[in-house]
Design a binder for this molecule. Structure first.
Ligand code: NAI
Ligand code: ISE
Length: 336
């Protein structure tokens, strides 16, 4: 059985996911595409040699009877509208992060999904599928470093475009950490604070960069994350978990160590597409398999909501300069 997929949003990650479905993964085929910029949808169709129809709008694509599952890979602000529409049409949907740009948007999705009586949504949180993060979680769970007390982390991008503004450091960038630390620690957040170091000259006027986000969990673990999206030198994700008996660090991506011209060096990656390429493959294959077996097991709408509630508190903390509370309701049985 081949799952027929429609893609809404054929920009950077939409095109990349269409490529992996077509060239790398098994069990699915892209048969429908749309983008507000139709030229981009046509380009993906021709670059990948797809036998796909181009639709003028995401709603037309969702309504098409031959589409079994939908990939929502457009800008975050439009996610909620298309995810809710897909749920109402009874279709499986893989939605890139953030599930919605506000907690209320995520609540609307959760309500629609619970009303449908069936898990239909997987959120594009790919880090739990990354082999390095899986090793880190196994290490923590094994008790090898004792109870985790602190996490020091960094999320660095080489640069961001003009349309990237301060709150996006939270709901576009930090959202990955907000999800992955809950999963790593099996814990929830209770508060957030954001402080702003001296601003880099490479950041444009609408983004405060870097930022340091400090989180506290229910069990009392303290987390600091440096979000630095114009760091210039590369794409760099760091995570160091300090436990009672030792420290566990996220492994660096594999790279050749070279001795040359009186230098000992190793190349760094510059693009998120390459840093997590294997994780994106595994998460999307998991989605395809889940649709095939009618049983999605990846990051669900509740994870999307938990990250969004935490993100809302962080955005509030950016504005207030205060410690802001994070209050998450108990996970409903539907999502356990
Ligand atoms: P992008 O700007 O390259 O592409 C987004 C595309 O969506 C554009 O082609 C735009 O024309 C289209 N679009 C916007 N509104 C639309 C609408 N209403 N209907 C149809 N098409 C629409 O952005 P990018 O980097 O591909 O990001 C897309 C989403 O993927 C964002 O939510 C982003 O946060 C997420 N993302 C996730 C990553 C991850 O590591 N999991 C990495 C990069 C992006
Ligand atoms: C982008 O949307 C992603 O999700 C990348 O993984 C992240 O590093 C980047 O900051 C976001 O803008």
């Amino acid at each position: 059985m081949t799952i027929k997929i429609g893609v809404i949003g054929t920009g950077a990650i939409g095109a990349d996911h269409a490529r992996r479905i077509t060239n790398t993964l098994v069990g699915a085929e892209v048969i429908a595409l749309t983008d507000v910029n139709l030229d981009s949808a046509h380009k993906v169709k021709s670059d990948l040699g797809l036998n796909a129809e181009i639709y003028p709008d995401g709603h037309d694509l969702i309504a098409r009877s031959g589409v079994d599952a939908v990939l929502v890979t457009c800008w975050g602000a439009a996610h909620e509208e298309f995810v809710v529409a897909a749920i109402k049409a009874g279709k499986y949907v893989f939605c890139e992060k953030p599930l919605a740009t506000t907690a209320q948007g995520c609540r609307n999705i959760v309500e629609a999904e619970m009303a449908s009586g069936k898990r239909l949504v997987q959120v594009g949180f790919m880090r739990p599928y990354d082999s390095g993060y899986k090793m880190l979680k196994d290490t923590i769970d094994s008790g090898a470093i004792g109870e985790p007390l602190m996490i020091h982390a960094a999320h660095r991008n080489a640069s961001v475009p003009e349309q990237y503004i301060s709150p996006m450091a939270i709901h576009d960038t930090l959202i990955h950490e907000l999800d992955v630390f809950r999963w790593l620690l099996d814990d929830d957040y209770v508060s957030a604070q954001v402080v702003f170091p001296r601003k880099t000259k490479y950041a444009h006027s609408k983004v405060a960069d870097p930022q340091i986000v400090m989180l506290e969990t229910k069990k009392g673990t303290r987390i600091d994350v440096e979000v630095f999206v114009n760091c210039q030198y590369g794409y760099d994700i760091q995570c160091s978990v300090v436990g009672e008996e030792g420290i566990a660090n996220l492994p660096e991506p594999q790279a050749i160590v070279m001795r040359k011209n009186a230098n000992l060096g190793q190349q760094l990656l510059t693009d998120w597409k390459d840093r997590f390429i294997d994780a994106y493959d595994v998460e999307l294959q998991d989605f395809i398999d889940g649709v095939t077996n009618q049983n999605l097991t990846g990051p669900n709408s509740w994870s999307g909501l938990a990250a969004a509630v935490s993100a809302d508190a962080c955005v509030k903390a950016q504005e207030s300069g205060q410690i802001e509370a994070i209050e998450l309701p108990d996970t409903p049985d539907f999502y356990r």
